[in-house]
Design a protein around this ligand. Structure first.
Ligand code: HEC
Ligand code: HEC
Length: 371
């Protein structure tokens, strides 16, 4: 089963990789930290996208939805070190937040998709270890639900079809932007203010965590240790091997590390091995544990990691040096990082719900927060 899966995937991935290589990592437009600018969102399209996001019928065996892993009360991450996967498998990467994801220049921890969210949506739906869905089947399922027929029409898409799904879900994702963080409201504590000075100065964080999302949208190697669970848990290892094989990684049966951005660029000198995309620093309060493989449990651990100059590794970024921060300075930096998260609730609703209302009726087994 894996061979078949891999052969088909290899072709698709090869074609994708060709397309991606032509697109260089673009530089974040706004380098200065500041509030996130909200998008203009088409309400009808986003309502449809939201219903699709919570609908298990988008997965092959109709048992998982996007929200199985991207859980609203965890800022659309999942609280796990390594993600779940399609039933029978397990994931090998940490689930990223989807807040502000529409502003990214490249997606996934290795930055393997540098085009747009339309392509990312197709990738997660069809990827065998995520939703494992044949989009032709998905289209037929959607046509059987009169609520979808109505919603696709009202959103201006006509009949339910694949390309409309690939547009409607990103329209919903565009509605998920950070707001109300103490940093944006000018209500940071003194400790957080001191932390911000360290962030821009002595600690040098801003060299990579720049712009309003605090990310340069580039991959770097920090020497984060590998997560041994990927190799000791057969379900995770199987998923990792199939993925590495389909991405053209040599020796995929034997390697015991995640090659990161090397999957995308395949640099002959290997200097891209172990590089991962700089993540946003917004909404960190809700998205522990941290890093592409969940190896650091708390923000205190992350700051202590940087204070030591990062981890081990031949290709480690030369920007990382021991910082010699005092305990007080480390706790100020943590206070600053916490000031980049907004409140999750406004009254009885999640902040993210305020903008987009949708009709969840008639979705089989509907549960918004899966257990
Ligand atoms: C089984 C868990 C799971 C499900 C289901 C899932 N995702 Fe994800 N998602 C992940 C993980 C893990 C990653 C990171 C993968 C990587 O880096 O290789 C990810 C990455 C993403 C990204 C890129 C984020 C970034 O910062 O680069 C987007 C966007 C996304 N998912 C949207 C969706 C949508 C939309 C759906 C439903 C159609 C969905 N996901 C379903 C686990 C899941
Ligand atoms: C050389 C570029 C670089 C510098 C300098 C840097 N970071 Fe990072 N940061 C990254 C990258 C890349 C990752 C993701 C690594 C991974 O996934 O393995 C990351 C991850 C993080 C995370 C985890 C976020 C998450 O969602 O998992 C936090 C928190 C963080 N950095 C804070 C800081 C702080 C605080 C400083 C300064 C002390 C700093 N960073 C300096 C590039 C950098």
């Amino acid at each position: 089963m894996w061979n078949l899966f891999a052969a088909g995937k290899a072709l698709v991935v090869a074609i994708l990789a060709l397309g991606m290589m032509a697109v260089p990592f673009s530089v974040s437009l706004a380098q200065e930290p500041g509030p996130i600018k909200a998008f203009n969102v088409d309400a009808k399209k986003a309502e449809l996208g939201k219903r699709l996001f919570f609908d298990e019928r988008l997965s092959g065996n109709a048992t998982i939805s996007c929200a199985t892993c991207h859980i609203p009360e965890k800022a659309f991450a999942d609280g796990l070190a390594l993600s779940k996967a399609y039933p029978g498998l397990d994931g090998f990467r940490n689930t990223p937040t989807l807040i502000n994801t529409a502003l990214k220049a490249a997606w996934f921890h290795d930055g393997r998709l540098g085009t747009n969210l339309n392509d990312v949506t197709r990738e997660v739906i069809t990827e065998a270890y995520i939703m494992n869905m044949d989009m032709r089947l998905m289209q037929e399922r959607l046509k059987q639900d009169p609520i979808y027929v109505k919603m696709f029409k009202e959103a201006g898409y006509g009949e339910p079809d694949n390309s409309a799904v690939r547009k409607a879900i990103p329209e919903y994702l565009k509605s998920l932007t950070s707001r109300g963080a103490p940093f944006d409201k000018g209500s940071m504590s003194n400790a957080a203010k001191k932390g911000f000075e360290l962030f821009k100065g002595k600690a040098g964080c801003i060299a990579c965590h720049s712009g309003s999302r605090f990310s340069d949208d580039k991959p770097h190697n920090l020497g984060v240790p590998d997560n041994p669970d990927i190799w000791s848990n057969p379900q995770r290892h199987l998923t990792f091997v199939a993925y590495a094989m389909s991405m053209g990684i040599e020796n995929h049966m034997n390697i015991r590390h995640d090659p990161g951005a090397h999957l995308r660029a395949h640099k002959a000198d290997g200097t891209d091995v172990g590089k991962f995309m700089t993540p946003t620093l917004r909404e960190l309060k809700y998205t522990a544990p941290y890093m592409h493989n969940g190896m650091l449990k708390t923000l205190k651990d992350v700051v202590a990691f940087y204070d030591k100059g990062g981890g081990e590794g031949a290709n480690k970024d030369s920007l990382l040096k021991p910082l010699a921060l005092s305990a007080q300075e480390q706790s100020d930096l943590v206070a600053f990082l916490n000031a980049l998260s907004g409140d999750l609730l406004t009254g009885a609703k999640y902040v993210w719900e305020d903008k987009i209302d949708t009709d969840y009726s008639a979705i089989p087994n509907f549960r918004k927060t899966p257990n």
